[in-house]
Write a protein that binds this ligand. Structure first.
Ligand code: HEM
Ligand SMILES: *[C@@H]1O[C@H](CO)[C@@H](O)[C@H](O)[C@H]1NC(C)=O
Ligand SMILES: *[C@@H]1O[C@H](CO)[C@@H](O)[C@H](O)[C@H]1NC(C)=O
Ligand SMILES: *[C@@H]1O[C@H](CO)[C@@H](O)[C@H](O)[C@H]1NC(C)=O
Length: 496
């Protein structure tokens, strides 16, 4: 899903944009009061500037410059289509809230072929509504507390057991999120079958990144074939489980919920649905895990404070011989600051595309029917008006936010409205548990300099290689104990 931003840009087929350019544009331009902006060269528009900005560690000037000249809502022309770009939180919220009323998500054919036409991301209307709420309740906090947390904790521990020496953190994080997803969706533990599934699945993921000319791309063709293989394997599972569920056996996973749901879904519908969930939950969460570690490594004070929080939890659990519990997750206040700050700075999904389904008036402008809009979360998250010193990683800023401030309104790493990410709580839990085991079991140093880039997706160039050293388990009792079982308090002495 990290591909949302660019792939949707790419999406625009050149032929149709040519049509728009030659025939529609002049008329539209005269009639509507468009947000100000420049369209750049014909056809390529401002795409090249945008790509070269996002290939660096600091793509902000592309947006900053335009916001300075035109204000936070401006018109640009990228990847074949004129697009209204919003760097304004109110406009973003308006766009998200008016899903299917004024705007709708629209994916190019090459993307929906990979996702499958029955995936939640592509679905619309009342079926989307029902399936979205089914997915939301599958990942809600009581389900995580009572069912999912045990496996999140267990699978992360299991994965960390094999770490030694030099590792690529991004690769390891991907293994973790894939195993978690397969477990949550259909109750499979790691085995030969899941390993093979992951291989095919990785080919599918690659397909998402080749979109400018999918039809000429062998990666894309391979991805489509791999998708068919993954689908075939999932279909077998679905058939078996359908049989079992008729015999009264019900597993408490996503597949179980789909089979028991009120919509009588076909095998193909269920397969598409599961596959898209696998895609949606995997890259995003593993990239966030990796970047959290990178930011922490570069901010030793934050790492020290996080460490202290988790050493206390670990010491407490060691005394009572317990695994990580929901209460532990709920007593990680500083971790939650780190998670939010990572999401804010990294912007794994830097924004979302929509298409206006009618002429839309906003902030004194008109967005013509059929036009693309891009609600940029990134631009808002990195705006100094909302976040002081917005471009540095400062988890302590979250300790100070009092409820009701605009900061929280402006913070939308998981989107909002009818398409709010159903995995938002699960992703937080996975991140927190991952950080818990990482900082209590290991110390690490970067093995090489590695840089963040934002094109074609947010990632580090070298998959973040690090050297890990397992900690001496006996050292942890040195952390002072908390009296009376009271939750640990974070010292707010640090300030950046
Ligand atoms: C850090 C991790 C994650 C981030 C930053 C993230 C972000 C987002 C965002 C911004 C959207 C909205 C897309 C739109 O409006 O078009 C979204 C949708 C979605 N996310 Fe996530 N997500 C994350 C993890 C997950 C996980 C773990 C799952 C699996 C349960 C998941 C499943 C989905 C699905 C199925 C949708 C589509 C919802 C719909 O269209 O109705 N995401 N996500
Ligand atoms: C979570 O979803 C389940 C159904 O899957 C529901 O029974 C429960 O009330 C929900 N909990 C919350 C906190 O929304
Ligand atoms: C983190 O962000 C969420 C909104 O996504 C908010 O509800 C929560 O209070 C924030 N956490 C902290 C510690 O500020
Ligand atoms: C771990 O601690 C034990 C006892 O304190 C010590 O003998 C051992 O050398 C330590 N190992 C490492 C790798 O520091």
């Amino acid at each position: 899903m990290a591909f949302f931003f660019f792939l949707l840009f790419f999406s625009s087929v050149f032929a149709s944009s040519l049509f728009l350019f030659l025939f529609l544009r002049p008329a539209r331009f005269r009639r509507a009061r468009l947000p100000p902006g420049t369209l750049g060269l014909p056809f390529i528009g401002e795409s090249l500037q945008l790509i070269s900005a996002y290939k660096t560690e600091n793509p902000e000037p592309f947006i900053d410059e335009r916001v300075r000249r035109f204000g936070p809502v401006f018109t640009t022309h990228v990847f074949g289509e004129p697009t209204v770009f919003s760097a304004d939180w109110e406009t973003n919220r308006f766009i998200l809230q008016n899903e299917e009323k004024l705007f709708e998500c629209s994916y190019p054919g090459s993307i929906s072929n990979l996702l499958g036409k029955h995936s939640l991301l592509v679905m619309k209307g009342s079926l989307h509504k029902r399936m979205h709420s089914l997915t939301m309740s599958f990942g809600n906090s009581s389900i995580i507390r009572d069912h999912l947390l045990v496996d999140v904790d267990r699978l992360i521990r299991l994965n960390l057991e094999s770490w030694t020496g030099r590792i690529f953190l991004m690769e390891e994080a991907k293994k973790i999120t894939f195993e978690l997803a397969v477990k949550q969706l259909m109750s499979f533990d790691r085995c030969e079958w899941t390993q093979n599934l992951m291989k095919e699945y990785l080919l599918v993921i690659e397909g998402f990144f080749t979109v400018p000319f999918p039809l000429f791309s062998s990666t894309y063709r391979r991805a489509i074939q791999a998708r068919e293989k993954v689908a075939e394997q999932l279909r077998t599972v679905v058939r078996q489980r359908r049989k079992q569920s008729k015999e009264g056996e019900r597993k408490k996973d996503m597949l179980g919920a789909l089979l028991a749901g009120e919509d009588a879904l076909s095998d193909d519908q269920i397969v598409d649905f599961l596959l898209a969930l696998l895609v949606a939950g995997y890259e995003t969460t593993s990239t966030t895990m990796t970047l959290a570690v990178k930011f922490l490594t570069e901010t030793p004070l934050a790492l020290a404070q996080l460490q202290e929080e988790h050493d206390q939890i670990k010491a407490r659990n060691k005394e009572s011989h317990q695994r990580l519990q929901w209460n532990d997750y709920k007593s990680m206040p500083f971790t939650q600051c780190v998670v939010n700050e990572t999401l804010r700075v990294a912007n794994i999904i830097s924004g979302v595309f929509r298409r206006a389904i009618t002429d839309v008036n906003i902030k004194g402008y008109t967005i013509p029917k059929g036009w693309k809009v891009f609600a940029s979360f990134r631009a808002v998250h990195l705006d100094h008006d909302h976040f002081k010193d917005a471009r540095s990683f400062n988890p302590w800023r979250w300790q100070k936010t009092s409820s009701g401030s605009t900061t929280l309104n402006a913070f939308t790493p998981f989107g909002g409205g009818p398409r709010l990410c159903p995995g938002y709580e699960l992703a937080r839990v996975e991140l927190s548990v991952f950080l818990h085991h990482l900082v209590t079991q290991f110390s690490w140093v970067p093995a090489e300099d590695d840089k963040l880039v934002f094109f074609p997706t947010t990632r580090t160039q070298k998959r973040y290689p690090i050297y890990v050293t397992r900690k001496n388990d006996t050292t942890h009792s040195s952390t002072p104990h908390i009296k009376g079982g009271e939750a640990n308090r974070v010292e707010s002495g640090f300030n950046m």
